[in-house]
Write a protein that binds this ligand. Sequence first.
Ligand SMILES: Nc1ncnc2c1ncn2[C@@H]1O[C@H](COP(=O)(O)OP(=O)(O)OP(=O)(O)O)[C@@H](O)[C@H]1O
Ligand SMILES: [Mg+2]
Length: 260
Amino acid sequence: MSDILRAEGVCRDFGGLRAVSDVTMTVHSGDIFGIIGPNGAGKTTFFNLCSGIYKLTEGRVFLCDKEITNLRPEVISRLGLSRTFQSTQLFQFMSVLENVKIGCHAATKSRLVDVILHTKTYREDEEYTTQKALETLQRVGLSQYADTMAGNLPYGIQRRVEIARSLATDPKILLLDEPAAGMNRLETDALQDFLKQLNADGQTILLIEHDMKFVMNSCNQIMVLNFGRKICEGSPQKVSSDSEVQTAYFGKGGINHAQN
Ligand SMILES: Nc1ncnc2c1ncn2[C@@H]1O[C@H](COP(=O)(O)OP(=O)(O)OP(=O)(O)O)[C@@H](O)[C@H]1O
Ligand SMILES: [Mg+2]
């Protein structure tokens, strides 16, 4: 089980607020690793630190043993860390295929001049991105939507197209920020099956999610953040029975009901 993503003592301050405080964790190859915690716990900030969107105040991040601390987002993406965002980021008036092609551009060489002059490099890149996007849509079972305008699709499918766009770079690890947010139960269950299938095909996944049933049923390892600090980490069973987690996050009622 090799390390895919490792955070060591990661901290991030916003003015006087320490949004992420001394977080150390490792995602291993083959994990579906979940991050949970109350609103404002620092989950998205932690993603932003790993993916290069925010600079770390302290600490280090490694991707497959290569240090990626404070590298630019596009460099980190090229090295194999791909992510989706908490709110939908699709281009609503573009087709699904065009949206997924955007995810492939990290691997292309065309510059603006190539695009304007339709150079050989541009034509080769176009062929590559179209092929790669079609393959990815096929892989995730969304081929039938290739020509559909993204904005015309049900919300649950749109979120899956976003995942497809991130997968088009063949990432070593896929980071998903609240992939089930705004989905109904049917869409959430379909997403769960979809992620489990991706994982069974070898994709390592790190996800943030508030839907406890989803997290408990999907993840093999869970980290709980509260006020920027890690308060617990372990299997779903361990996390759901931890008294500090119960009090800080779930309230006194517990979360055993969420495992049904
Ligand atoms: N760019 C920023 N500038 C200032 N403060 C920020 C910034 N980004 C996040 N914060 C603060 O850092 C803390 C953690 O926010 P973050 O978005 O990481 O929480 P979260 O766990 O993802 O919450 P949610 O579950 O609501 O998405 C919050 O107090 C938030 O207001
Ligand atoms: Mg968030």
